[in-house]
Design a protein around this ligand. Structure first.
Ligand code: GDP
Length: 483
């Protein structure tokens, strides 16, 4: 066969062969088998509700699933955003649904909202990681694995009528590659129809200009293409939630009653609640699940495996070897570990050196201080010693003076006791003998003083007793002679 014929043969699309009904093979029942298997297995669907506290998230969930989920009321005083998942088993006809509603508690309540998106992103990644770990197990049990990956994020926008808050834009931008986002305007009954229309246009414009990718209802399936295309144009849905039933005409409907009228939740002229329910649950629930698996989870898985060193081989190169990748990664990891160890060792050595230097400096300072104190102490000691010597000298001088005075005193007393006997005689010859007595006293005092080697004292206190001694002291001639 010629080469061109071969190419034509292999590239030609073979026509599907229709089997005749007469000889029924049976694989046309495959969809029924799938349905039956899925129904037996049950479904899981996980919704993440992001919006400020009190915006109507819980009410809308109750309204959507026509039941009352027990949720504790969130306060406005949460320190940070916290994800609260709650799982409910629901049944409609014979279909079981494991529904998980995850509430971003405390979202928008903090003063600093810079990191408000992070717990949400982390939660979504954690669910992907759990699934990946299950997939990587040697013994996997994906069949009965409770898949907690988030299939849709309902983003509740506050009905301000103005524009999106920066928190909304930042959060949606961070989430759009990880989850299917459906934006909804909450409490739509608080905004007028014309304002709502403008608000919707503004929101869509802002999302486009900031590059935020929201979920688009798929238009590739003919059966739903038309309705989905129409609904895409209605985004973001403006919804009203209520579990209250109000009598309208002769029917009980879910509505919110006001003094001026009734807002019916399921009336498409009043809000987009029905559109949301149709799109979310009745038409696109499976697409949301599929998009989660094939787009968002796939992206997470690819990045994670690449990070771990796995790669796909292209046609020309050698097939990818897990063993080689493992070895290469191990080597890389070990060298990284060694580098870190070396870094830490170096850091430790530097720290020790620094500390050593500091200690040496401190020791030197202490030594200097000690030397200074020692000098001061010696100086002080010398001064005290000098003082002591002076005091000793003073004490000695005093003692000598005291001895001299005592000697003089006793001499004077002796002289006084001799006086009455010679009184008359003395009176008579006072002037002559005076000179003689003075001469005697002077000589004896002088002897005593010389003996004591001290200056004569002023003896005023014991004047009467040592009159003659005092006279001698006052006598300048005697003093000069004495000294
Ligand atoms: P969550 O904290 O976001 O879960 O908010 P809730 O669902 O607890 O609702 C907070 C308050 O808003 C409740 O009093 C609800 O009755 C009210 N609410 C809920 N949905 C709507 C709505 O669509 N319109 C109006 N006007 N009020 C609503």
């Amino acid at each position: 066969m010629a080469a061109t014929d071969l190419e034509r043969f292999s590239s030609a699309e073979p026509e599907p062969r229709s089997l005749s009904l007469g000889g029924h093979v049976g694989f046309d029942s495959l969809p029924d088998q799938l349905v039956s298997k899925s129904v037996t297995q049950g479904f899981s669907f996980n919704i993440l509700c992001v919006g400020e506290t009190g915006i109507g998230k819980s009410t809308l969930m109750n309204t959507l699933f026509n039941t009352t989920f027990e949720t504790e009321e969130a306060s406005h005083h949460e320190e940070c955003v916290r994800l609260r998942p709650q799982t409910y088993d629901l049944q409609e006809s014979n279909v079981q649904l494991k529904l998980t509603i995850v509430d971003a508690v405390g979202f928008g309540d903090q003063i600093n909202k810079d990191e408000s998106y992070r717990p949400i992103v982390d939660y979504i990644d954690a669910q992907f990681e759990n699934y990946l770990q299950e997939e990587l197990k040697i013994r996997r049990s994906l069949f009965d694995y409770h898949d907690t990956r988030i299939h849709v994020c309902l983003y509740f926008i506050t009905p301000t009528g103005h524009s999106l808050k920066s928190l909304d834009l930042v959060t949606m931008k961070k989430l759009d590659s990880k989850v299917n986002i459906i934006p909804i305007i909450a409490k739509a009954d608080t905004i007028s129809k014309s304002e709502l229309h403008k608000f919707k246009i503004k929101i869509m414009g802002e999302l486009v200009s900031n590059g935020v990718q929201i979920y688009q209802f798929p238009t590739d399936d003919e059966a739903v293409a038309e309705i989905n295309a129409v609904m895409n144009a209605h985004l973001p849905f403006a919804v009203v939630g209520s579990t209250e039933e109000v009598k309208v005409g002769n029917k009980l409907v879910r509505a919110r009653q006001y003094p001026w009228g009734v807002v019916q939740v399921e009336n498409e002229n009043h809000c987009d609640f029905v559109k949301l329910r149709e799109m979310l649950i009745r038409v696109n629930m499976e697409d949301l699940r599929e998009q989660t698996h094939s787009r968002h989870y796939e992206l997470y898985r690819r990045c994670k495996l690449e990070e771990m060193g796995f790669q796909d081989s292209d046609g020309d190169s050698q097939p990818f070897s897990l063993q080689e990748t493992y070895e290469a990664k191990r080597k890389e990891f070990l060298s990284e570990l060694q580098r870190k160890e070396e870094e830490m060792r170096q850091m430790f050595v530097n720290k020790v050196k620094e500390t050593e230097l500091e200690l040496k400096e401190k020791e030197r300072e202490l030594h200097e201080k000690f030397e200074h104190l020692k000098r001061l102490h010696q100086e002080e000691k010398r001064k005290v010693e000098e003082k002591r010597r002076e005091l000793e000298e003073e004490t000695n001088a005093f003692n000598r003076r005291k001895a001299a005075v005592e000697a003089l005193q006793s001499q004077a007393l002796h002289a006084t006791s001799q006086q009455p006997l010679r009184k008359d005689k003395d009176k008579k010859n006072r002037s002559d003998i005076g000179v003689q007595q003075s001469g005697m006293s002077l000589s004896s005092s002088k002897v005593m003083m010389t003996k004591a080697s001290v200056e004569p004292l002023n003896c005023s206190s014991w004047w009467p007793a040592i009159q003659c001694c005092s006279c001698l002291v006052r006598d300048a001639t005697w003093r000069e002679g004495f000294l």
